[in-house]
Write a protein that binds this ligand. Sequence first.
Ligand code: FRU
Length: 514
Amino acid sequence: MVFIGIPILLTLCLYIQKSACDVDPNLTVENANAFIAENKDTINQTYRLKYHAMAPIGWINDPNGFIFFQDEYHLFYQYNPYNAYPNKIHWGHMKSKDLIHWEDLPVALAPDQDYDSDGVFSGSAIVKDGKLYAMYTGNSGDRQVQCIAVSEDGISFQKIDQNPVLDANSLPSNAKPQDFRDPKVFQRGDLYYVVTVSKTVDETGQVLLYQSTDLINWEFKSILLEGTKEQGIMWECPDLFELDGKDVLLLSIIQIARSGNDYSNIDSVVEFIGEMNWDEGKFAVESIKELDHGMDLYATQTATDDKGRRIVTAWMNMWGRTYPTADLGDGWVGAMILPRELHIEDGFLVQSPVSEIASFYEQVAEYTNVTLTDQTSRFHLVSGEVGEMELQANLENTNTFTIELRANDDEKTILSYDTESSELTLDRTNSGISITGNENPQVFARKVLAPLNDNRLKLQVFLDQSSVEVFVNDGRESLTANIYPTKVPSDSIRFTAEGTALIERLTFSNINLD
Ligand code: FRU
């Protein structure tokens, strides 16, 4: 007995020691908060955004745990406070009353356990019995597992002893335990559900559905949806919700198959609209479309609020590209999009910036019924580095209509509409510091098919210090991208019509949160 017991005990000790070694004892919530307090004033402000959610210092990626809790919006995020690169991922935390002003809160979760020592990866939050439950992916070595942390006050979290609550044993046989992540938890009737993603052994994406009565003990329900080879090698950040009588599944997809000269994003957020069969746990897809056609929107997450709105936020950035603010040594990378309200209209998902932003507009210019014929024009006070521009133009007699934004003598970001192809292009080739990546280094433009309504093009453009977000035809399409103009100011806006364009209405508003 003694002789059998000792080797087992030794192996166990070695195992415990190894696991303990994997956990870096310096990576605690306390150390992260102390580091942020000491260093946040050292970052370079040049490209910091004026009205978008950002971390005080360091690297951020996905929004996590987005929730309306105790009358405020809480937003957690993938966070490395220590430098501007994606490692040692913690959960940062901020809150807001209006989705526009964000208040930094202490870091919520650190990679301090053997099961999450390589990163507290993405996840979501839900309220149960007045407490906030965060469900996240623990990343360690070559495994990913799902874990729970609970908070009474919404600020300090305790990881539960039962972690992980979902591990390799919870996976269907076609799934790889190395790529099993991003739980989005929700309630339906008396049951809790979670959707997660996993890579299959065939290198495709799939969404898994689990159910629970207590958020701790989970039971595998189904493979909710399986991807094809064309639909990427891995799916991330699933979100499943009902909206205006339809079911919507949002996924962030890695390596969508693109043919020949299709230079659309390879990694992108894709919206699946369809019908959920809850008895079988299957999602019947009716339509598939990209959510945003710019270069820098990924890892969406939605929340509902007390007004019954379904609001989406996302990382306003992308994997596999260069990050100028890191390269410049500015000490930070990453921000979230302006939150958008979602609806289904005529079978399409439409996005509009949350109405709260409008209370910060200071409208400085309004023009109506101006005709441009084969000319380039600027409009007095329609200029700015930070602001909101609305345009309604009749393009019945126009070949191309072009707007140069954030322009100076050398640089510009171009929005261009071609009436023959009905395509709107966002081009950042000459925006400033060039952003290169693994997609197609020669092509710095993205386009979207956006047919005119009654010959009209409607645009709403949000400019911030290093971003542009374009909403097309009342939110039917959007294009989001980071830009890094190098001259100060880079605030000119120029309009060019080939043929005749009638600008029916044009406004420019400054956005000032002070
Ligand atoms: C998406 C993602 C998630 C993962 C997290 C890691 O951007 O890759 O799948 O949980 O980022 O930071």
